[in-house]
Ligand binder design. Structure first.
Ligand SMILES: O=C(O)CCC(=O)C(=O)O
Length: 350
């Protein structure tokens, strides 16, 4: 039997809010395995604001978000990071931006636009080691996972957008379409390094981590839903941007010190930037002990960033993890952490 997590259009979400739903099962492309998930009985608030000027959130405060994180696949944490942590984040971002890798993705839609993303797994670099060992970020992830699981680091991604005329949107997509692992305990921390107005901010479709998994976007200028996999059973991404009212979109104006945590199966995208504006963000990805290798055998479009990433890896360049179109380093269904390929960050693997 195949049981899917519920679809995530607004009207359908209304059916699951306020009710306890026990769901077993999940399709991971061609493979299937069971997951158990209990959804909240309460109609929860997703965004909790701290008083401006208050000190760091305590671990308890992060734990208070665990249920809404599991239900919604996203939480916004305002002023969760102090100046010291932001200094560590700035240092890590600066290192990545000055050491662009073979996995560099250029998404600019015209020559004047600067819109790049770069992905790495830089645990050999002091700035990343310090950030992972000493900052509160892995503790936030541990709390959002419910405090029971160890936490492993999967790699970082920087985004940089700047143009005199403004940059295009980051197309809606799910990270899970690009990777060959999945499970309940997955978290990406999206951390802005510049103040970001609401219309330029990062956005996530609420509870979409429990819905359909779509074909990826290959970020083609002028066609945001152009499929990553030309031949695939995964349905083409819906045109969320043209039908925003049909989707429960979570986002807010953000400032340094804020962050958004999202499940890597969530539909997410990023606003266009305004003329002259610079928007820098760092995404850090983590998993818990219930994340397993899944099949992702579709062949990515040759003119896609994911294909270029695979080529970079094949030519010996350091590129994070394993991704779509590449063989999993361990048997399907096996927890990732057993591969010993990823740094355990909580408890710290001294
Ligand atoms: O910053 C953005 O606009 C998009 C970020 C994103 O897609 C990610 O962090 O996975």
């Amino acid at each position: 039997m195949i049981t899917c997590w519920p679809h995530t259009r607004k009207k359908e979400i209304a059916h699951i809010e306020g009710a306890a739903v026990f769901l077993v099962g999940r399709i991971f492309d061609h493979s299937e395995f069971a997951l158990a998930f209990t959804l909240a009985m309460t109609n929860h608030g997703m965004i909790e604001r701290l008083e401006k000027g208050s000190s760091l959130m305590s671990t308890d405060q992060f734990s208070n978000h665990a249920q809404s994180y599991q239900d919604d696949g996203v939480v916004i944490l305002k002023q969760a990071l102090d100046a010291k942590t932001m200094g560590m984040i700035e240092a890590a971002y600066a290192w990545s931006h000055t050491h662009l890798s073979g996995a560099l993705q250029d998404f600019a839609s015209d020559p004047q636009e600067r819109f790049i993303a770069d992905t790495g797994y830089s645990v050999q670099e002091a700035v990343y080691l310090t950030l992972l060992r000493e900052s509160v970020l892995p503790d936030i992830v541990s709390a959002l996972f419910g405090g029971e699981s160890d936490v492993w680091y999967m790699g970082e991604q920087i985004f940089y957008k700047e143009s005199a005329r403004g940059t295009r949107r980051t197309p809606w997509h799910q990270d899970s379409s690009y990777n060959n692992y999945f499970g309940p305990s997955m978290a990406a921390l999206w951390i802005p390094l510049d103040p970001i107005p609401r219309d330029c901010s990062f956005e996530v479709v609420r509870s979409s981590h429990m819905g359909t998994r779509y074909n990826g976007s290959r970020f083609k200028p002028g066609d945001d839903t152009a499929p990553l996999y030309p031949v695939s059973q995964l349905p083409r991404l819906p045109d969320i941007e043209s039908n925003r009212d049909d989707w429960e979109i979570v986002g807010d104006a953000l400032a340094p010190g804020d962050l958004m945590a999202f499940h890597m199966g969530s539909l997410h995208g990023g606003g266009a930037t305004r003329p002259g504006m610079r928007r820098r963000s760092l995404t850090l990805r983590f998993i818990g002990d219930d994340v397993v290798w899944v099949e992702r055998s579709d062949t990515p479009h040759p003119n896609s960033s994911i294909a270029r990433r695979a080529q970079a890896r094949a030519s010996g360049k350091s590129v994070a993890g394993a991704s779509a179109g590449e063989a999993a380093p361990a048997p399907l269904g096996e927890p990732l952490w057993r591969s010993n390929k990823f740094l355990r960050v909580r408890p710290w693997a001294a």
